[in-house]
Ligand binder design. Structure first.
Ligand code: FE
Ligand code: FE
Ligand code: MG
Length: 165
């Protein structure tokens, strides 16, 4: 990163890079969880659910790219080894061992809720770095939307069940 660009970051840059790398680990694991979920999900509304999961997978991959670009700009090194996704993650990975729509949606909702908490924390610690702060606002907006999308799908499935009785 440019010397002046790094200088204007009014906080511990190493600490910030560490937080961004941890979020990067989360994004990769979330990406794979969604991407795989979209392939294997089964049950009612599977088409709608798979389409939503696939869309979210693409968003998580885009978030990973945004984080890496900023880490490099800050003079840091993005996670180099996939094993460090597991070592550094905040939110972990939930294998979709039961491919039925409900558990898959619930696992991903849990992941989104964790992501929202993680980004809220990074938002609070990055006030002194407007560029990172702005990027985190953008990502957080997506995560909030993701949670709502998945909860809406679950609710629609509940409604369908009730109406059929
Ligand atoms: Fe994300
Ligand atoms: Fe998300
Ligand atoms: Mg969506």
């Amino acid at each position: 990163m440019g010397t002046k660009g790094r200088e204007i970051v009014g906080m511990d840059v190493e600490k910030l890079i560490e937080a961004l790398n941890k979020a990067l680990a989360d994004e990769w694991l979330a990406y794979y969880q969604y991407w795989l979920g979209a392939k294997i999900v089964e049950g009612p509304m599977r088409g709608a659910v798979a389409a939503e999961l696939e869309e979210h997978a693409n968003d998580e991959l885009r978030h990973a790219g945004m984080l890496v670009d900023r880490i490099i700009q800050l003079g840091g090194t993005p996670i180099l080894k996939p094993e460090d996704w597991y070592n550094m993650t905040n939110c972990g990975y939930e294998a979709p061992e039961d491919p039925y729509v409900r558990p898959v949606l619930e696992q991903n909702i849990k992941g989104e809720q964790c992501a929202i908490e993680v980004y809220k924390k990074i938002l609070e610690m990055s006030h002194a770095d407007p560029i990172t702060h702005h990027m985190i606002v953008e990502i957080l907006e997506d995560e909030v939307e993701h949670e709502e999308d998945l909860e809406t799908l679950l609710r629609d499935m509940e409604l369908m069940k009730k109406r059929e009785l």
